[in-house]
Design a protein around this ligand. Structure first.
Ligand code: SF4
Length: 239
């Protein structure tokens, strides 16, 4: 299989079948903490990077051959780039719903939520995990290194609009990088914005695998405890 992988076990999602919708490192960001190395094609262009029928074919094969009793908690659209850049992700989510009752998750860097078509497409998922690592443009550019012209205010606006129309579960992920976005003052600033977005949960994560940039350091335990205090009881520390 080229586009469907797993199931892989993760702390957040249990046993999850991964679906990759874009080729390696087609992404609108080039995050300093990315475990996949540097972005090779930085873009916001939405298109059918991989034929929908090829991905659906692999999903059908998986479900036809899935051994009885194999645990599967989620089907997750993520992979080696930004999955929502695939213009057919809405059709792919619906195809999974037709094949199985297993809930569908979309993991996104949130950049494309500025677009109404993306918000509509992924609202068919059961869970959406968007990330938000910064609420000011300088930190956004330092940590996520987005495509030129992409403003963090627009991304936050897209998240708010999506929250209003999405009836599934929204788990907002924040990656903390030591010395970049983890000071108590910055965490408080983020919490203010996050409260306006109103996700169901906030998940604080730290770089766990070798990052794209060698200077990236994980936050201290004290910082993680502070973050938990600031974001409150709807926040999980996942490190
Ligand atoms: S958004 Fe995800 S895939 Fe893209 S650079 Fe960041 S961590 Fe890597």
């Amino acid at each position: 299989m080229k586009y469907v992988y797993g199931p892989v076990r993760s702390r957040r999602l249990g046993f999850s079948l991964g679906v990759s919708t874009v080729p390696y490192k087609v992404c609108s960001f080039d995050c300093v903490y990315c475990q996949l190395r540097e972005t090779t094609r930085k873009t916001m262009q939405r298109k059918s990077y991989i034929r929908v029928s090829d991905i659906v074919g692999e999903l059908r094969t998986f479900f036809a051959r899935q051994p009885k009793g194999m645990p599967l908690d989620y089907v997750t659209f993520s992979g080696a780039g930004e999955p929502t850049l695939h213009s057919g992700i809405g059709r792919l989510i619906l195809a999974v719903h037709q094949m199985t009752d297993v809930p569908v998750v979309v993991i996104t860097n949130s950049s494309t939520l500025v677009r109404p078509d993306v918000r509509r497409d992924i609202s068919a998922a059961d869970v959406v995990i968007p990330s938000l690592d910064a609420v000011t443009q300088d930190v956004f550019e330092k940590i996520d290194r987005p495509l030129r012209g992409l403003g963090v205010k627009d991304v936050v606006g897209g998240l708010k609009r999506f929250r209003k129309m999405f009836s599934g579960r929204l788990w907002l992920e924040i990656m903390l990088v030591r010395g970049v976005n983890d000071s108590p003052a910055y965490l408080k600033l983020m919490e203010k914005t996050v409260r306006q977005i109103a996700p169901d949960r906030v998940q604080i994560v730290a770089p766990a695998r070798p990052p794209s940039q060698s200077w990236v350091k994980v936050p201290t335990k004290t910082t993680l405890k502070t973050a938990k205090k600031i974001f409150g009881r709807d926040c999980d520390i996942i490190c």
